[in-house]
Design a protein. Structure first.
Length: 175
């Protein structure tokens, strides 16, 4: 009887280890963009890459289930040499974001990952619903900035801030 119990215990332990490994693998779903020069790791299978064709480029956008739960658009900007990242972020907020209904700019903060930069937070309304944005400005070199622009319902975006931070930390340029 002791041998059967030991065998069953061993089989259960092995099954638990296998389930734990599968769960750990499912939590990080690396996605490498096929159309751009960067790679990012998405933290769960809920995040999906969606092609976004436009007339000039083939961009990818990333959605956390549905757009209001979290939406990410990545773009590359070229800035004047010597432009400070914080100045660029504030100027973009002033020219592109401030016209959103109910726009309120939040604080900006330094950010460190594979590329360092600045994060700008803001809030706005869309269709009467409180929304939020979290924009990571990552400096690739003296003139190139990658912008990771997350938007979603305010409470949902606040809940997944650890995921948005992880995605921005994983952002890397292809070699």
């Amino acid at each position: 009887m002791s041998m059967r119990r030991t065998t069953k215990l061993f089989a259960c332990a092995l099954a638990l280890i296998a389930c734990g490994a599968a769960a750990a693998a499912a939590q990080e779903q690396p996605h490498t963009s096929e159309t751009d020069e960067y790679a990012i790791e998405l933290p769960s299978e809920v995040w999906k890459a969606v092609p976004r064709p436009d007339s000039e480029h083939r961009h990818l956008e990333f959605v956390n289930g549905v757009r209001p739960d979290g939406y990410l658009l990545v773009r590359r900007d070229v800035v004047e040499g010597g432009t400070k990242l914080q100045e660029f972020a504030r100027a973009e907020a002033d020219t592109k974001l401030r016209y959103k209904p109910g726009f309120v700019v939040g604080k900006d903060e330094r950010f460190s990952g594979r590329l360092s930069g600045v994060v700008l937070n803001y809030e706005y309304t869309h269709g009467g619903k409180p929304m939020a944005g979290r924009v990571y400005y990552l400096q690739a070199d003296g003139r190139t900035v990658y912008v990771l622009h997350f938007t979603g319902l305010r409470d949902k975006l606040q809940r997944i801030q650890n995921q948005t931070d992880a995605i921005a930390r994983s952002f890397r340029l292809k070699q």
